[in-house]
Ligand binder design. Structure first.
Ligand code: ADP
Ligand code: MG
Length: 316
């Protein structure tokens, strides 16, 4: 089995005024080539931090530990990072808001030229030719957008253009960080359908970040659930949705009205702890209706359950 991404006890933190806060702690997971993999969790759980580490766009005050491989290349080893030849070539990125990847002062055609000339030295004509193909693939009529500035396009068109731009790099691993959360519900569905289709047609590896279990269910083959900077559950999406193992995963599923059979339990209320301040125990301890004594003092290690699932919970 070929792996597109392999994280081994990957930790990521941010250092600010001599203080280091860990946002992601010792997460281990693999993403297979050509698979659709979702990372799910509520806001602040560390999803974007993992996405940035994979895409090679951690800020300068980012600190890492453990190991991360992308496209077979070691990009993180301890606090050393090297994305040369990987960023933009093997892995590409679509942010939450297209505004973060589209330059407001450049026409769409020029944005392709800018990216493709700096990555591959393409001429303007070659870049525009490529842009046409990818814009069409993303469901846009090239002539209607090439000479436009981003603000002249609708939000949905902007996100399609951003996806086309990301894919035009030729990178086979696409990291999309909540790419639909700035869009209306019906556009959201269109963009999800587009990503599904592009992945199938081009055989891309899709790593999709979302806080929405329903989206994860519609889109992914396997899902990783994060809580307070930890990976708490991992497995085939269908199995995880049908029979969640971690109480936090159950909470996420039950809070989706369409999928949930019960209303959220009372004990689920409350806030996650800050990932920077580990209690020593399970991060879900305070909110967990099934907690045991051991959960207060010892963080459960991830354990394999059956062939394909993993959970970090003392109940298992
Ligand atoms: P999510 O995407 O799940 O909402 P993030 O990865 O954005 O989670 O955030 C995880 C934690 O890391 C949060 O506590 C957040 O404040 C912190 N964090 C994220 N990005 C930065 C950054 N660039 N600098 C400092 N802290 C950050
Ligand atoms: Mg985020």
């Amino acid at each position: 089995m070929v792996l597109a991404v392999e994280a081994k006890k990957l930790s990521v933190g941010y250092e600010e005024s001599d203080e280091l806060l860990w946002a992601v702690r010792e997460v281990s997971f693999e993403v297979r080539e050509s698979e659709a993999f979702c990372i799910v969790g509520e806001s602040g759980s560390g999803k974007s931090t993992v996405a940035s580490a994979i895409a090679g766009i951690l800020p300068p005050h980012g600190v890492t530990d453990g190991e991360l491989r992308v496209g077979g290349r070691v990009v993180v080893k301890g606090n050393e990072r090297d994305y040369e030849g990987v960023r933009g070539r093997l892995v590409t990125y679509v942010p939450q808001s297209p505004g973060a990847s589209l330059n407001p002062y450049l026409e769409i055609g020029d944005q392709f030229y800018y990216v493709l000339s700096s990555l591959y030295g393409l001429s303007r004509r070659e870049a525009v030719e490529k842009a046409r193909a990818y814009l069409r693939m993303a469901g846009l009529e090239p002539d209607a957008v090439l000479d436009r500035y981003p603000h002249e396009l609708s939000g949905g068109m902007q996100q399609r253009a951003a996806i086309a731009l990301a894919l035009s790099t030729g990178a086979r691993i696409l990291v999309a960080d909540e790419p639909t959360s700035s869009l209306d519900a019906h556009l959201r569905l269109q963009i999800v359908e587009l990503l599904k289709r592009l992945r199938a047609e081009a055989g891309l590896t899709l790593i999709f970040i979302t806080h929405d279990m329903l989206l994860a269910g519609a889109l992914s083959e396997r899902v990783a659930v994060m809580y307070a900077g930890r990976l708490v559950e991992l497995g085939p999406t269908r199995e995880v949705l049908r029979k969640p193992l971690h109480p936090y995963t159950s909470m996420l599923i039950e809070s989706v009205p369409v999928l949930g059979v019960k209303r959220p339990l009372k004990a689920y209320t409350g806030e996650p702890p800050s990932p920077g301040e580990p209690s020593g125990g399970c991060p879900f301890y305070e909110r967990c209706p099934f907690r045991l004594e051991v959960c207060a003092s010892e963080n459960p290690p991830a354990k394999g359950v059956g062939e394909s699932r993993r959970v970090a919970c003392w109940l298992f």
